[in-house]
Design a protein around this ligand. Structure first.
Ligand code: CTP
Length: 478
């Protein structure tokens, strides 16, 4: 069986070049692949542009590669995707060069065949518009009409044409500009940035899924705060994620201020991103204080409070996920849970760390306890370094206790040692409130350390509790 490596070893570029020659079209490698090769980054899929039919070229290439490929043709778009047949990994995407004209009031592009220059003109950024020739006479030559190489050196994101035109072709490119700048650590050239601000309202015509895809790529960058600040400065964040912008600002009353929760949240996100590449844990950081604006009060005696912001925040999560077209599944519930519990380890670290408080936290957080601890540690952003040190020291204690108690009591994935069925069978009762009351009492007794997390002890406790409720054991267990 052929694996992907040997498939690629066949030198895909040589095969494309000879296929192109045979059908009489010119072909170029273009876009992200060229950029990433020049920047020495890991490369993703290869984009090939044909000066002629991309579909025909793909067909010829597939013919040459034989059984190892699967090709999907998208005739309406004039594109084809070639994948390795086993891994389904995308290997090459073919497209015919285009000259596109867009009318400002229509969302539908009018696509015409074009030259390589036409195609490069209509690409998003100079660094994504570089092409490499696959023609025999200049095989391997770089065609870089907008000095993409120079922009890579200068670390600049810039549109090839007037940015108003480039963005109006596809307003998602405004998000892409900020996404590439964040991923690559580049700056967006002044005119290209100003045009984002000017055209920001046009992001509304782009589907929520595409916008969120780009936002997630920003969130997954090494320093996501960079992208969020740029999105805010460009006026895009206000449109795509207003709840987040509401965190901005620090009010002062009677000389007492509170911290800017926008900047605080971004710092938490950056801190956390040093420890995890998990998108959903990063989303939990983004949303952990989301209800602070809604719960903010000023109290003459104690100053600013954000009472219950963790509960209100957890309730806001589904609405935000729905609106952002994020998945309404266990990922959403995970984020919700972390938002709800995000203050608990901090409170623990401030007070005496009792075994029962640790057990209760383990019970509620379950397997997400480690992620919760990562979030809470990232949440310590005070400017007072003595305070930060003290908190972090307490956290070490909390972590140690967590391990100790978990080893002893195995609360993390708590399964009640006595089931509801056994309670009903023992007392000869049908499902009713008493069953829940007894189950809860057993759980609380274990958490409070009154009984160990074991069958015998729990069974005895159940009998006692049943008696209190006026129940008598029946049958063989009497
Ligand atoms: N492109 C564009 N405008 C868009 C999307 C894509 O001009 N809105 C062009 C760019 O030339 C880009 C190429 O199509 O390089 C491929 O797009 P895509 O696969 O989305 O991006 P990559 O540049 O490959 O980068 P990444 O893989 O990080 O998304």
């Amino acid at each position: 069986m052929e694996n992907l490596k040997s498939f690629l070893d066949k030198d895909i570029f040589k095969i494309v070049a000879s296929a192109a020659r045979e059908i009489g079209v010119d072909a170029y490698v273009i876009g992200g692949y060229v950029r990433d090769r020049i920047m020495d980054r890991e490369t993703a899929d290869i984009d090939i542009v044909a000066i002629g039919s991309g579909i025909e070229l793909a067909r010829k290439v597939a013919e040459k590669l034989g059984d190892n490929t699967r090709v999907n043709y998208f005739k309406n778009f004039g594109t084809a995707m070639l994948r390795h047949h086993e891994t389904q990994m995308l290997v090459v995407e073919f497209v015919g060069a285009r000259k596109e004209s867009y009318s400002r009031d229509s969302r539908k592009p009018v696509v015409e065949d074009g030259t390589l220059e036409d195609d490069q003109n209509r690409r998003d950024f100079t660094i994504n518009a570089m092409a490499i020739s696959l023609q025999e006479n200049d095989y391997g030559r770089l065609l870089d009409p907008f000095d993409g190489i120079g922009d890579i050196e200068r670390k600049i994101i810039r549109t090839p044409l007037d940015p108003d035109i480039t963005y109006s072709d596809d307003p998602l490119r405004m998000m892409r500009a900020i996404r590439f700048a964040t991923q690559l650590g580049f700056t967006i050239e002044e005119h290209s940035f100003e045009a984002i601000h000017r055209n920001r309202e046009r992001i509304k015509i782009v589907s929520g899924e595409r916008v969120t895809d780009e936002l997630n790529k920003i969130i997954l960058a090494d320093r996501p705060s960079y992208g969020f600040k740029a999105l805010e400065k460009a006026g895009l964040l206000q449109i795509i994620f207003p709840e987040f912008v509401a965190l901005k600002g620090a009010e002062t009353v009677e000389g007492k201020g509170h911290k800017d929760n926008f900047l605080h949240t971004l710092q938490v996100l950056d801190n956390l991103s040093e420890h995890t590449g998990d998108l959903w844990l990063r989303w939990a950081a983004i949303l952990h204080d989301i209800a602070k604006p809604a719960t903010k009060r000023y109290d003459k005696k104690i100053g600013w409070t954000f009472h219950s912001h963790e509960f209100v925040g957890a309730r806001m999560v589904p609405k935000i996920f729905k609106h952002m077209k994020l998945p309404m599944n266990e990922k959403m519930r995970y984020v919700q849970k972390l938002v709800l519990l995000h203050l608990r380890p901090i409170v623990l670290a401030q007070e005496e760390v009792t075994d029962s408080a640790i057990r209760r936290l383990l019970f509620e957080a379950g397997d997400d306890i480690d992620d919760l601890m990562i979030l809470c540690e990232a949440d310590i952003t005070s400017k007072n370094s003595a305070k930060v040190r003290r908190y972090l020291k307490n956290f070490i204690l909390v972590r140690r206790k967590l391990v100790e108690i978990e080893d002893k009591d195995r609360i993390r994935n708590f399964q009640p040692p006595v089931s509801g069925e056994l309670i009903m069978e023992t007392f000869g009762i049908q499902p009713c409130r008493d069953v829940g009351t007894i189950k809860n009492a057993i759980k609380d007794a274990i958490i409070e350390g009154i009984i160990p997390n074991e069958y015998e002890a729990a069974f005895g406790f159940m009998l006692e509790k049943g008696k209190e409720l006026g129940l008598r054991p029946v049958g063989s267990r009497q």
